[in-house]
Write a protein that binds this ligand. Structure first.
Ligand SMILES: NC(=O)c1ccc[n+]([C@@H]2O[C@H](COP(=O)([O-])OP(=O)(O)OC[C@H]3O[C@@H](n4cnc5c(N)ncnc54)[C@H](OP(=O)(O)O)[C@@H]3O)[C@@H](O)[C@H]2O)c1
Length: 276
C-alpha cells in the first residue's frame, strides 16, 4: 500500500494522523517500537515524534531507521528521550523536553501512547509481596507515571478547537481477569484502565482508548513463559506459543491504528485485539 505523503512506504486507506506531536513510551523494543514505525508512515511532514525508554542506544537505532525512511526524509522530526519512568526526575525531564521542543509548533493532532510497562516479579504469589518499597516501585512506573505523564502532556497541549487529542493506554486482558502469580501486573493494568476511564469522563473532548493487544511475541511474553510462578499459567502460555497463537506486533498494531484512524470507539473503553 502507498501513503499519500510518503509514496513508497506503507500507508493507510487515505486516512492519516495529520501534522502531529506523537509521544510513545517504551519505544525501544517490542510493541512500542512497532507502533512508532507504523505511525511514522501516517504522519504529515513536520510532525514530531518523542520516543521514550531507558535504552538510549535502541532508541537512537530506531531514530536512525526512521530518518532513513521517506517519512524521515520528508521532515519527520524524531527526539529520543532516555528516561526511567519509575523516577520522578525522569518523568519531569520527559515533560521538559516535550515542552521545550513542541509546545509552540503548529499541529492538529496530539497522540500519546502509554505503552511502557513491566511484568514485575511473576515468579512469586501475592502473599509474598510484604515489602512496601518493592510494590511502590512497581506501581510508580506502571501506574503513577502513566497518570502524571498524561496529565502533564495534556497541560502542555491544552484543549483547543482545532486540536484532536488522543491518549492510548496499552492495556491487557489482565486488567479484567486475575492471573495467579501476576498480582503486580494485573493490579497495575486494572488501575490504569480505571484511571483512563475517569479521565475520559472528565475530559469529553479528549479521545481515550485502553487497547489490549493480545499475546505478542516480545521479551515480555518470553518472561511470562519462562518465569511465571503458577505452573498452570506457565503451561498455558507455553501452549499459546507452541500452537502459533502468539501474534506479531505488526498484526496487533495494525488493528490499533485502524481503530484510532476510524475514531469511532467510545472514549474510555477497553478494547481487545480479539474484539476488533
Ligand atoms: N507482550 C504481550 O504479550 C503483551 C500482552 C498484553 C499487553 N501487553 C502490553 O503491551 C505493552 C508493550 O509490551 P511489550 O510486550 O512490548 O514489552 P517489552 O518488550 O518488555 O517492552 C517494554 C518497553 O517498556 C520500556 N520500559 C520498561 N521499563 C521502563 C522504565 N522503567 N522506564 C521507561 N521505559 C521502560 C522498555 O524499554 P527499556 O527497557 O529500554 O526501558 C520497552 O521499550 C505493555 O504495556 C504490556 O503490558 C503486552
Amino acid at each position: 500500500m502507498q501513503d499519500k505523503y510518503f509514496p513508497d512506504v506503507v500507508g493507510s486507506d487515505g486516512r492519516d494522523f495529520g501534522k502531529a506531536v506523537c509521544i510513545i513510551t517504551g519505544a525501544s523494543k517490542g510493541f512500542g517500537r512497532c507502533i512508532a514505525k507504523e505511525i511514522a508512515l501516517l504522519l504529515k511532514p513536520g510532525s514530531m515524534f518523542f520516543l521514550v525508554a531507558r535504552s538510549g542506544d535502541k532508541l537512537r537505532e530506531l531514530q536512525a531507521e526512521l530518518a532513513a525512511t521517506r517519512a524521515g526524509k520528508a521532515g519527520l522530526i524524531t527526539r529520543c528521550v532516555v528516561a526511567d519512568l519509575g523516577l520522578k526526575d525522569d518523568v519531569d525531564q520527559v515533560i521538559r523536553e516535550i515542552r521545550e521542543a513542541a509546545s509552540d509548533i503548529d499541529i492538529n493532532q496530539l497522540l500519546l501512547i502509554n505503552n511502557a510497562a513491566s511484568l514485575g516479579d511473576v515468579s512469586r504469589f501475592a502473599k509474598s509481596f510484604t515489602d512496601l518499597h518493592e510494590v511502590n516501585a512497581y506501581m510508580s512506573f506502571n501506574v503513577s507515571s502513566a497518570l502524571s505523564l498524561t496529565a502533564s502532556v495534556l497541560e502542555v497541549f491544552p484543549r483547543r478547537q482545532d486540536l484532536h487529542r488522543c491518549v492510548v493506554n496499552v492495556s491487557s486482558l489482565c486488567a479484567l481477569q486475575p492471573f495467579p502469580s501476576w498480582v503486580l501486573y494485573c493490579t497495575g493494568k486494572a488501575a490504569r484502565d480505571m484511571m483512563f476511564k475517569v479521565l475520559a469522563e472528565e475530559e469529553p473532548d479528549l479521545r481515550v482508548l485502553s487497547y489490549a493487544p493480545g499475546p505478542l511475541d516480545t521479551d515480555m511474553l518470553l518472561q511470562a513463559r519462562t518465569e511465571s510462578g503458577d505452573a498452570g499459567l506457565k503451561k498455558s502460555i507455553a501452549a499459546l506459543h507452541s500452537q502459533g497463537e502468539v501474534l506479531t506486533c505488526e498484526e496487533s498494531c495494525s488493528k490499533l491504528l485502524k481503530v484510532l484512524l476510524e475514531d469511532k470507539y467510545p472514549s474510555g473503553t477497553h478494547l481487545d485485539y480479539h474484539d476488533v
